[in-house]
Structures are given as C-alpha cells and as structure tokens.
Design a protein around this ligand. Structure first.
Ligand code: ADP
Ligand code: MG
Length: 284
C-alpha cells in the first residue's frame, strides 16, 4: 500500500512477506491472524500479558507462518536476552502444531515434540508453563523422569518377549535389572517431552544401543539454552538427540541468551551434518 519497494514484482513481494513476516502486534493476532487453536489462544490470554515481548513478536510470526497454506515453517536460531520470554515463543507454536496434528485425524501416537534443556530445574519450569498453555487442548506435556521409556524397543513384539531377552545382561547385575525394569515400564504416552540431554539419551540407549533409538514421530525439536547444549559438556548427547529425530518434516529451533563461543558456526555445522545424515537414512 505504501510507496515502498516498487521495483519488486508481485511474486517477489509475496516471497519477501513469507520470509520476513510482519511482527506480531498483539496476542489477539495469534487468533485473528494466525488462527491458532482458540483454546490455546485463551490460555495465552489468561496469562494476562499486555504486550508480546520483542522476541515473541518477531519469532511467533515466523514459527506460526507454517499454519498458513504454502508457507513452510523454518528452522530457527533465536538469540534474545534472559527474561525476554523465549519459553512462550517456542511453546505456543509447538502446542499449536500438535493441536492441528490431532485435528487432522492422523492416527499416530507418540512423542511429536521434544524440548531439550540443560538442567532438570529448567525442564520442570518449562513443563509448568506448558501445562497452563495446554489446558483443555488435549495436548499432553511430560517431564522426562529416570526410567521412562519414550519409544518401543526395537524387535520387542510383546512384553513377554522382551522379558525373556533380559538374561544376556546378567554380568552387571545392577545395570541389568535397571535395563529390565525399563523394558517393563510402559512407553510414555505424551505429545511433548521436556528433558535434559542425558536423561533422554539414557532412555534412547537403554540397552547400550548405538546409534541411539530413533524417535520417528518428532516434528518439532527445541533446544533451549542452546549455547549450553552445544558446549562440549553436552554436545555429543545433544547431537545424538538431533540424529534420533528422523522425521522428514522435522523442524529444529535453537534458543539462546548469547551467541556464545561460536553458536552460529556450531549450528551451521550441525545442520550440515544433519543434512548428510538425512541423505544416508533416506537411501535405506
Ligand atoms: P527467557 O527464557 O527468555 O529467559 P522466560 O520465557 O523464562 O524468559 O520469561 C521470563 C518471564 O517473563 C516469565 O516469568 C514469563 O512468564 C514472563 N513473560 C513472558 N512473556 C511475557 C510478556 N509478553 N509480557 C510480560 N511478561 C512475560
Ligand atoms: Mg529460557
């Protein structure tokens, strides 16, 4: 409408709008413009925030753009200060995507989204915030606990059979019985799993499997405090989790308060590694 960028063709303008959507101006727009679930929208409203924070108004349109036809959701690296409201920025799109998935009638049951954070305290804070947002939407959010099983163990067709195969681990009695009890516990029924890297990797490699078991349904993978997760202390586990998410429509977002040592470079190299990985797995 304004006398701006007249040299762009209509097609180019459309493309630019997709890549750089208008920032959100109010939480009401989540409903009016981005058509998020009405229940989710009212849960957001109930938080009583008057204005979206800067990171929310810029990242939500990018992540929710995927709700509109022909606009695909990007992978995203977001850097914004501590206390700027990053949690809501990733939880709203993740929850909305799952509500839509449920409504699409897809007959898939299992973890659709994983949020990885460096500490258990942070994980539990995110679950608390998430519970307020999922109320009444039918979406289930779970805090990862020790001994929880998140995927069916490969090759185990029935509970009885996986019982019988437990015997080969007996040289390490304690480890063996731990693995056994893990095999017996039911697979966690949840849509969103919030976890530390170690807890999830332990569950995915319960029988010392290498590579770790994959989580075939995960469409959204969130790394919160990504600078810490890509630090040498967590890096291998973080990459193991990334590799275990094999769905072709997977979207990854990384959230951080600082650019850290070289988070951008790390992000690029992991994305490259992942692309190579996809190349390998899709040919099998
Ligand atoms: P970050 O992860 O970026 O450090 P948080 O997501 O933990 O920040 O949010 C920090 C605090 O700000 C939380 O108490 C949260 O409830 C609050 N908050 C989130 N969004 C808004 C908003 N739009 N307006 C006011 N407060 C907000
Ligand atoms: Mg945070």
């Amino acid at each position: 409408k304004k006398d701006k960028a007249p040299e762009l063709s209509k097609k180019e303008q459309k493309r630019a709008r997709r890549m750089f959507p208008q920032p959100l101006v109010s939480f009401k727009e989540l409903r009016t413009r981005y058509k998020i679930s009405s229940r989710l929208a009212s849960n957001v409203a109930e938080q009583g925030f008057t204005m979206p924070t800067e990171v929310q108004l810029s990242s939500l349109p990018l992540l929710l753009g995927g709700s509109a036809k022909n606009i695909s959701e990007p992978d995203l690296l977001v850097v914004a200060p501590t206390g700027s409201g990053k949690t809501l920025s990733f939880l709203i799109p993740v929850i909305n995507k799952i509500v839509r998935h449920h409504h699409s009638g897809a007959d898939e049951h299992g973890i659709l989204s994983v949020v990885v954070v460096p500490t258990k305290e942070l994980a539990s804070q995110i679950v608390n915030e998430g519970r307020k947002l999922v109320a009444g939407t039918g979406v289930k959010i779970t805090l990862m606990k020790k001994g929880m099983r998140v995927v069916e163990s490969e090759g185990a067709t029935a509970n009885e059979e996986s019982d019988a195969s437990g015997s080969e681990d007996e040289e390490e009695e304690e480890e063996g019985s731990k693995a056994k009890s893990q095999n017996n516990s039911p697979v966690t029924k949840s849509d969103i799993l919030v976890t530390t890297p170690l807890q999830l990797v332990n569950s995915l490699s319960a029988n010392q499997t290498k590579p770790v078991a994959s989580m075939p349904l995960v469409r959204s993978l969130v790394f919160d405090e990504a600078d810490v997760l890509l630090d040498p202390l967590f890096r291998e586990q973080t990459l193991d989790i990334w590799r275990s998410c094999v769905h072709p429509d997977l979207r990854v977002s990384l959230w951080s308060a600082t650019m850290g040592s070289n988070i951008e470079e790390l992000t690029r190299s992991t994305i490259k590694e992942r692309l190579e990985n996809i190349g390998q797995t899709s040919s099998t």
